[in-house]
Design a protein around this ligand. Structure first.
Ligand SMILES: Nc1nc2c([nH]c(=O)n2[C@@H]2O[C@H](COP(=O)(O)OP(=O)(O)OP(=O)(O)O)[C@@H](O)[C@H]2O)c(=O)[nH]1
Length: 128
């Protein structure tokens, strides 16, 4: 089965963490995730995550730390999800693809209905 490599960013924004909700028409509809997307051919992980955040949210970020990648099997694809902690630098936040966003304290993140592959990331991040 196909494995896709996807980067995502846990972004500190105004002292909170930004989470975004997938739209009804995306894969994993209405699940919450950290924004990001698929790595393009020849692209570095960091270039990918910065590009995706600019495309999806219209903001610039600075990468602070890489967390542990997660390999997860969904029913129809396998994902290698590569997480980074980042901070907001500039730009006006605009959702280009997602249906909603929230800014939460670290200890509130678990309340959302996360994409399954994000759960180990959430666990590692909240324990930091
Ligand atoms: N960006 C992002 N994607 C995630 C996370 N967790 C997770 O399982 N994914 C999955 O990773 C896949 C790739 O992300 P993407 O944002 O490039 O996907 P996409 O909407 O372009 O996919 P599609 O066009 O095939 O529906 C999606 O199927 C998404 O469900 C996450 O935290 N962030």
């Amino acid at each position: 089965m196909k494995t896709i490599s996807v980067t995502c960013a846990i972004i500190y924004f105004e002292n909170k963490i930004l989470a975004v909700q997938r739209s009804e028409t995306m894969k994993l509809p209405l699940k919450w995730e950290f924004p990001g997307g698929k790595i393009e051919m020849g692209e570095s992980e960091i270039d990918c995550v910065k590009r995706e955040i600019l495309e999806e949210l219209n903001i610039h970020i600075k990468i602070k730390q890489k967390l542990t990648s997660v390999n997860h099997q969904y029913s129809d694809f396998r994902i290698n999800l590569i997480p980074f902690i980042a901070e907001y630098i500039s730009g006006e936040l605009k959702l280009k693809e997602h249906s909603a966003h929230v800014l939460l304290d670290k200890n509130e993140l678990y309340k959302l209905n996360w994409a399954e592959a994000d759960l180990p990331i959430l666990k590692e991040f909240t324990a930091l």
